[in-house]
Ligand binder design. Structure first.
Ligand SMILES: [Zn+2]
Ligand SMILES: [Zn+2]
Length: 277
């Protein structure tokens, strides 16, 4: 398999190493291209985001590495951007970057508080009970509805960890993925993605960090994605250089079993389909 990874966080956001450490590891392990995807700045102050005043430095540093290592590996500069209603009109287009991963990590409350999706169990419960009045179906609906809004408005290249909402649903304690109402929510988004050509970030990060046994998205969602010809990018959501290819082999098998024969990579600045062998 041609090795690539476009979902990586360095110390510019919440990763644990400088960008160059990822580049060196990627070269050692035979990657053909990589991309950085720091959490872009928002109006909310969060410790895990790239600071607005650091954006130019980040882009400059990735471009510097791109040139420095151009004979060994292709390096791209992306961002993982959060969507929420009321976000500024140019939020996804104002930075001079190569691609955007569109994600929903939280719901901003009226009170200025952040209600987490990508969070620990207790905080997740607070989102269900304080923000959605205990109505998990309402939370799931809002999560997927916002992905559709994000695609309609900003058309990001790929959707980050598509079904992140399952992060605290081990043992299916809050909802069952096999229930029709949940399937209906998913299928509505997949139809929009298929129409727009939006790619899945097939994300191994939840497995590597020990939260989950399946990738994002779940295998049954990938099966529907393959049927609808939704393109896939295999990423590890690495926060350390060691995790740059975490669980790539096992998840590639899941992708193949789901009906995928190819994945998307960046080559000379363009997304290109390559065999998943
Ligand atoms: Zn994310
Ligand atoms: Zn990420």
């Amino acid at each position: 398999m041609i090795k690539t990874n476009y979902h990586m966080h360095s110390t510019y956001s919440d990763g644990k190493a400088e960008p160059e450490a990822y580049v060196k590891t990627a070269i050692e392990r035979g990657f053909s291209s990589i991309g950085f995807s720091e959490h872009g700045p928002t109006k909310f102050i969060k410790h895990w985001e790239l600071k607005a005043e650091k954006v130019d430095e980040y882009i400059g540093e990735i471009r510097r590495l791109k040139n420095l290592y151009s004979d060994k590996i292709e390096i791209y500069c992306g961002m993982e951007l959060d969507y929420f209603p009321g976000i500024e009109e140019n939020a996804f287009s104002k930075h001079d970057i190569d691609y955007v991963i569109g994600s929903i990590h939280y719901f901003p409350g009226q009170d200025g508080e952040i209600y987490g999706v990508d969070c620990k169990f207790e905080e997740f419960k607070k989102t269900i009970f304080d923000y959605f009045e205990g109505d998990i179906k309402a939370m799931v609906h809002e999560y997927y509805y916002r992905i559709i809004q994000m695609i309609d408005k900003f058309n990001p290249e790929m959707i980050g960890h598509f079904d992140l909402i399952k992060i605290n649903n081990n043992g299916q304690q809050f909802f069952k993925e096999s229930e029709n109402w949940y399937k209906d929510e998913i299928m509505k988004v997949l139809e929009v993605m298929a129409k727009k050509g939006t790619m899945f970030d097939v994300n191994t990060g939840g497995i590597t960090r020990g939260f989950l046994s399946d990738p994002y998205p779940s295998p049954w969602i990938l099966k529907n994605g393959a049927r609808l010809k939704i393109p896939v990018v295999l990423n590890s959501d690495a926060h350390t250089p060691e995790n740059i290819e975490g669980n790539f082999e096992s998840v590639r098998e899941i992708m193949k079993l789901s009906g995928y024969k190819s994945k998307m990579i960046l080559r000379e600045g363009k997304w290109e389909e390559v065999p998943l062998k």
